[in-house]
Design a protein around this ligand. Sequence first.
Ligand code: FE2
Length: 287
Amino acid sequence: MADPRYQPITRKSFLGKVVRSIGGLVGLGIGTGAYAFGWERTWLEVVRLSVALPALPESFKGIKLVHFSDVHLGLFSKPEDLQQVTERIAAEKPDLICFTGDIVEEGTRILSSVVPILHDLQAPYGKYAVLGNHDYRAREQQVVRNAWAASGFEVLDNRNIRLSKKDDELFIAGVDDALHGVPNLPQALTGIPEGSAVILLAHEPDFADEAAQFPIHLQLSGHSHGGQVRLPFIGHLLTPKLARKYVQGMYQVGNQSMYVYTNRGLGTTILPVRLFCRPELTILTLT
Ligand SMILES: [Fe+2]
């Protein structure tokens, strides 16, 4: 009997192999798509990290800041999805809560149903938000601002808030969206005494190159979504304008005295998928 290893390749066997290979690739593609849409897109990762800020006064050391971003409420991000996240935030018992833009994907009608959810969040040092580029999409940015205000969040539109504890102080500043709004850092930092600890909220992470020219110690951002789809050994494929340099995680910027942290966001845009790029909730302990 002939050794099967040396049997000639027939047209039938060759076509069979091609069909099985294509079937395998199509199956893999469908499986990957189903995973990216049906599973990873809503598989929240809670990222915990400590950030050492040399200017941080003694009485603020150990303060717990929860950072969330880019909810993109709309067709694929529902109020109930946000509710699940706010329950996780509440369980952390944060000292302060910061949101870095894009609460909506485009339309703002959905906001009325999330105001009570956001309003329920509690933090002794307050809740702060800035707007992102999608918050401007429907030209209803004032509706977005009003929804944050109704939720008990301070919208930091080129302004800052002073937090005090004993005789110490910490400043939370925020700028307007850099793509569709008018960010103004000098205005945002008005009245902050020299040498104070300053945290900046800015939707677009690459704004950090400008912020690093100012006495800011940490910038919190979103916008990149981490690329949404990342491939092993390659990383992100695409990120939007002003999210090309500081795509995800912590970076030191400029003269190394400022950090920028880019949160991957909770929702999605363009395609409702996430691959190797889970939605993120960040818990920062300041030291
Ligand atoms: Fe976004």
